[in-house]
Design a protein around this ligand. Sequence first.
Ligand code: NAD
Ligand code: ZN
Ligand code: ZN
Length: 344
Amino acid sequence: MVLKMQAAVVEQFRKPLVLQERDIPTPAAGQIVVKTEACGVCHTDLHASKGDWPLKPTLPFIPGHEGIGLVVAVGAGVSRVKAGDRVGVPWLFSACGHCEYCLKAWETVCGQAQFGGYTVNGGFAEYILADPAYVAHIPAGLSALQAAPIICAGVTTYKGIKETSVKPGEWIAISGAGGLGHLAVQYAKVMGLNVCAIDVDDGKLEHARQLGADLLINAKASDPTVVLKKEIGGGAHGVLVTAPSLSAFAQGVSMTRKLGTCVLVGLPPGEFPIPLFDVVANCITIRGSFVGTRQDMNEALAFAATGKVKADIELQPLSAINQVFERLEHGQVASRVVIDFADS
Ligand code: NAD
Ligand code: ZN
Ligand code: ZN
């Protein structure tokens, strides 16, 4: 008898997710099955459900790439995890392990990578099929609910900050203080950086201040580049753009100090113009950053396990997923919603 599970499924782009009964997956050789305890809701899941990006998921699919749970079934030949382990099933679901990028420990850009909740089914379901070589091992002492946002929002911002090469005592500007941004502020403070938080919502900015941001700018009320340069002179040594808004990208580049680096992680569909003369003459680096490697993941989780970085979470049942998406779309989620499967 095949047992059933609840899952939230995208059947059509731009349509509400459908709650369905699906077969509980069984692990083939080399695979594991995780019983979901918690799964964060990332803005990427919203982009996925709308088919926002050039590489679209194949319909129907189950989103979710911040799924945490306990291993309940282990396929033949699996030795890296065992039943009962608490693991996270992240965006980087798997990679080939032997291409030039994997060999350089840049598995995030492997051409054969699979993405959880995108190219393969993800964590908006009571059980998740996973590749044991790419799951995150959740440190003891970190709850499933607290770990969930760390395995995407946390690792992405932790890695993105490292990619700015900003040093302790220098300034980083973090554009977007939502799910990613509220964790970025905390990682940046732990790393000894001065933080300017930019958002279009005063509530998000007030939260960023409570988390240690030194300077706050509302991009709706004033021009962030003008304010930043007036307050700290010359711009920020590093900029991390998490906002899912194209205007934030042009602002991010113009806020970057000479010789500084602007790291792009937000993924609104579209393009933005780059002021070539300023970028060239000021020797500014603009670079993309995509989640993080397994080593970045371990480091990001270790900060959370010590309590130095703590996700601010709002719990919801799986059945509320469409209302959560609606609020996320309109900037009405304070930080991160986590689906609590104990309540679903
Ligand atoms: P979120 O909705 O939780 O947060 C976005 C924040 O940006 C909100 O606080 C919102 O008020 C703010 N914002 C909106 N417009 C702004 C503007 N013009 N200027 C400044 N702030 C603005 O979303 P999230 O889950 O943090 O995800 C953010 C983006 O990052 C999404 O596009 C998502 O797909 C992307 N993302 C990328 C990666 C990666 O690996 N590169 C990983 C995860 C998420
Ligand atoms: Zn994500
Ligand atoms: Zn590879």
